[in-house]
Design a protein around this ligand. Structure first.
Ligand SMILES: NC(=O)c1ccc[n+]([C@@H]2O[C@H](COP(=O)([O-])OP(=O)(O)OC[C@H]3O[C@@H](n4cnc5c(N)ncnc54)[C@H](O)[C@@H]3O)[C@@H](O)[C@H]2O)c1
Ligand SMILES: C[N+](C)(C)CCCC=O
Length: 505
């Protein structure tokens, strides 16, 4: 059991954990895969060692999980919001209690630094706590009509919701999707990325321990085939997807066939605009935060860094100086600030972007190379040195495409009008940022940028109280904040006659 795995985790170190527990979860327990066909090895990014096997769920298993979720939904939806809140608060408390162990497992499966993973787990329990607080507040409206008649609205759950996650924030994504879903009275069947199958099932066990009905939060493992089964299943009311734009389009197409609601949290190529009147030290720190969290594998990263020409030389000098000393290495060590990328093919893809950038005329100021830590156990890990690219142009591949690795492209600009036009010249629209001391300019730029979020004088902070999501091809729907309640519920109108029926017939 993963619970016992968690309990044996405190001394765990990089290269020392093997997960043999079943990773599917429905009906209130871990479920053994029916067959081992198509099992895929899951690698520990820091060592390249096999951590576990991911066995994809087939049609019967997906069906069983969805039916188990539906049974739980029928009980959960009848509970008072305050009762649901109590259970969710208990889940948040258990996560807080186990945060170090969950974070360690996340690091071992994902490769990010323990410092970041701890923050991710904190954001996860905060999200569950936040929506627990909202579960008791769901309410409708009373509308007075002529003749004493009236209508009222009820905010009702959707039913069984599906969550499909990416590999960069495995536990946090599962929490961001399940917390508002459960608060509204829904059940959820969650499919993590096949590369990070380990921690979602811990969340399932925590919800169970907190007191949700068996089946309320289920985990099915698999990749595209299992995801397709989920999107097509007739008992699924909604699909909330986090991943790439091409897969998001497929999810939307499949969901459209069953008229299922969809939330799409997709990729980005976000602009960060640094004006010459910025508070320089903060702008440099902001650029680093915008590019190098989770080895650059962050959807909302500000990877197109537009710097006003007058401050370009000092900006580059400072940002390169700090990038060169980012401690890359064993992600479980407290001093590490950058761990390993998710997989060997992904590392090669990111390095390929750097080579392509060189060919297209960019200048590599630092990094962009495979990194081999001195610790022998990390020799097979997927590490690279964080990279800063100068001499970039808007038409270069590194500036147009999402790299999803630690690669910052720096571009000069002259005027506000010009930079806004260039910043918006993309099909993505997830996030954006601006550093300036001019308060009017800051808000004007925020208004004109075509993105779901604009950070002013900071970057990549995401408190659970504020909505997160994209414009344009970066998706639609929102996660976090009050508004997400609307994406996990539907409104029923009840019209009440107090007199006689005035019939035309
Ligand atoms: N906007 C956000 O909140 C956000 C957050 C994290 C990651 N992302 C994006 O995710 C991408 C990286 O993640 P990834 O490589 O896991 O993305 P991906 O699109 O390859 O996979 C995402 C998920 O979709 C599943 N999937 C694949 N094919 C499917 C299909 N045909 N039907 C249903 N499900 C299918 C995968 O198994 C996985 O669970 C990047 O583009 C990144 O920007 C976005
Ligand atoms: C918590 N962050 C850093 C805002 C990342 C959100 C999820 C995107 O990949």
């Amino acid at each position: 059991m993963a619970q016992s795995l968690l309990d044996t985790m405190p001394g765990a170190s990089t290269g020392a954990v093997v997960v043999t527990d079943h990773l599917n979860y429905w009906g209130g327990k871990r479920v053994q895969p029916r067959q081992q066909k198509d099992a895929e090895p899951v690698f520990e990014p820091a060592t390249g060692r096999v951590l576990c096997q991911m066995v994809p769920c087939v049609a019967d298993e997906v069906d069983e999980a969805i039916k188990s979720a539906h049974g739980a939904y029928l009980k959960w939806r009848k509970m008072a919001g305050m009762e649901r809140a109590r259970v969710m608060l208990e889940a948040a408390r258990i996560i807080r209690e186990k945060r170090e162990k969950i974070a360690k497992l996340e690091v071992i499966n994902n490769g990010k630094s323990i410092t970041e993973a701890l923050v991710d787990i904190d954001i996860a329990w905060q999200c569950i706590e936040y929506y627990a607080g909202m579960a008791g507040t769901l309410a409708g409206q009373h509308v007075q009509l002529p003749g004493g008649a009236f209508a009222y609205t009820r905010r009702e759950p959707l039913g069984v919701c599906v969550g499909i996650g990416a590999w960069n924030y495995p536990f946090q994504i599962a929490a961001w999707k399940s917390a508002p879903a459960l608060a509204c009275g829904n059940a959820m069947v969650f499919k993590p990325s096949p590369m990070t199958p380990v921690t979602a099932v811990i969340l399932a066990e925590i919800y169970k321990e907190a007191g949700v009905p068996d089946g309320l939060f289920c985990v099915v493992q698999g990749g595209a085939a299992t995801g397709t089964l989920l999107c097509h299943h007739p008992m699924v009311a909604k699909v909330s997807f986090t991943g790439s734009v091409p897969t998001g389009k497929k999810v939307m197409e499949m969901s459209a066939k069953g008229v299922k609601q969809v939330t799409l949290e997709l990729g980005g190529k976000s602009p960060l605009i640094i004006f010459k009147d910025c508070e320089f030290e903060n702008a440099v720190k902001g650029a680093l935060m915008a590019n190098f969290l989770t080895q650059g594998e962050v959807c909302c990263n500000g990877t197109r860094v537009f710097v006003q020409r007058e401050i370009m030389p000092q900006f580059l000098e400072e940002v390169v100086k700090r990038t060169k000393v980012i401690p890359v290495g064993d992600p479980l060590l407290d001093g590490t600030r950058m761990g390993a990328l998710i997989s060997k093919p992904h590392l090669e893809k990111v390095l390929g972007f750097v080579s392509q950038a060189r060919k297209e005329g960019a200048k590599v100021l630092c990094g962009g190379e495979p990194f081999v830590p001195s610790d022998p156990k990390l020799k097979g890990g997927y590490f690279m040195s964080p990279c800063v690219l100068d001499n970039c142009r808007d038409d270069m591949t590194c500036v147009k495409e999402e790299i999803f690795g630690p690669v910052m492209s720096v571009l000069p600009f002259d005027t506000e009008e010009e930079v806004i036009q260039r910043a918006n010249n993309t099909t993505f629209g997830l996030a954006s940022g601006v550093f300036t001391r001019d308060i009017s300019r800051a808000h004007r730029v925020a208004e004109n940028l075509e993105a779901g979020t604009c950070f002013i004088n900071n970057y990549n902070i995401s408190p659970v109280e504020v909505p997160f999501g994209g414009y344009k091809n970066s998706g639609f729907g929102r996660e976090n904040g009050q508004v997400t309640i609307e994406y996990y519920s539907q409104l029923k109108t009840v019209v009440v006659e107090m007199g006689d029926v005035d019939s035309l017939f």
